[in-house]
Design a protein around this ligand. Structure first.
Ligand SMILES: [Ca+2]
Ligand SMILES: [Ca+2]
Length: 328
């Protein structure tokens, strides 16, 4: 749900901006619900029979194919469907084409749409590679699909990545991942790495909400209309079941710094209380709230539109504390 500053600044009227933000937000929620029905299991078996635990469960998998290139020599035709690399792993045997073969030197770019991922404690990404030969591949990640960062390599014995190994920062949220076959084993019938699924172990779900949708100017009591938005978020939380929830508030530069710290904190407090109320006793969440006032603007506070961009509440679901406690 990140909306770029460039995109936002192209809007002429404040109302249009608000309306469009809301529409995009609900399209996002709709997308989420399509993908998150049914199961709450959080461990997925790799092709060696080992269970891989994903703290946020089913949403943690890559969701759409952005781009792909099939290398040469090419794999058999039946292994050339890149969609087979999405969602949960479903490999049963090598004869069933439930995975995507990159071909020698080929690549695949996927996007996570109902989750992002971060470099947090422990391993961060798991690639379910299958097939008789495990071909080495390079992995890169991106926040926006434009600027890419090297994230490491997978090979026959290692399908898991720790982003700290490449000194990747611990505050960015990534949404894109690219796997490129390294051309070292180009003879098998499924030439190139064979990808069944791509999982973010350290998945996060981030909502960047315009504060004007939730609050009247200078107020920290939620508008009646905001309940629909928070109710949608609480439904996602209930599906996840257990997570840490960070709520961070920001203001524009109108008013004193002290006033803005107070306002942004009080707004986070209202959001937390409402979410707790909507969740009831059905889930297990640990909340943290932080009011950052005007100290982290997204845009210079030099126009009404930019000020509106800066007035925001960011909600992020992260893997639960219990999970971090169990990391060796
Ligand atoms: Ca996903
Ligand atoms: Ca990590």
């Amino acid at each position: 749900m990140a909306i770029s500053t460039k995109f936002l600044s192209s809007f002429k009227s404040t109302n249009m901006l608000l309306r469009t933000s809301s529409i995009l937000f609900f399209i996002f929620l709709g997308t989420f619900f399509c993908f998150s029905q049914s199961t709450d299991r959080k461990s997925y078996r790799n092709s060696n029979g080992k269970n891989i635990y994903l703290p946020l469960g089913k949403i943690s998998f890559a969701d759409t194919v952005v781009d792909f290139y099939i290398g040469t020599p090419k794999p058999l035709r039946k292994f050339r469907n890149p969609e087979e690399s999405l969602k949960e792993p479903d490999y049963t045997s090598y004869s069933i084409p439930s995975f995507f073969s990159l071909g020698c030197g080929g690549n695949l770019t996927v996007k996570f749409t109902d989750n992002g991922f971060m470099n947090l404690a422990g391993k961060d990404i798991y690639i379910f590679e299958v097939g008789p030969a495990r071909e080495p591949a390079k992995v890169e990640i991106s926040k926006d699909g434009i600027e890419w960062i090297y994230a490491g390599e997978i090979d026959g014995g290692r399908s898991v990545l720790e982003l700290s190994d490449q000194n990747i920062d611990t505050t960015s949220i990534f949404y894109y991942l690219r796997v490129t076959d390294l051309k070292s084993l180009c003879v098998s019938k499924s030439a190139g790495a064979d990808i069944d699924a791509i999982a973010a172990i350290n998945s996060v779900i981030h909502f960047d909400m315009n504060a004007d949708v939730l609050f009247d100017v200078g107020k920290s009591e939620l508008k009646p209309k905001s309940i629909k938005t928070l109710d949608s978020i609480s439904k996602i939380m209930i599906k996840i079941g257990e997570a840490n929830l960070s709520i961070v508030g920001h203001t524009d530069s109108d008013g004193t710094e002290e006033y803005n710290y107070g306002l942004s904190y009080n707004r986070c407090y209202s959001v937390r209380e409402k979410l707790k109320n909507l969740l009831g006793n059905s889930s297990d969440f640990k909340f943290s709230i932080k009011g950052l006032g005007e100290s982290f603007p997204k845009a210079p506070n030099d126009s009404d539109i930019n000020k509106q961009i800066n007035r925001r509440v960011e909600i992020t679901l992260l893997p639960p504390n219990d999970y971090y406690g169990n990391i060796p």
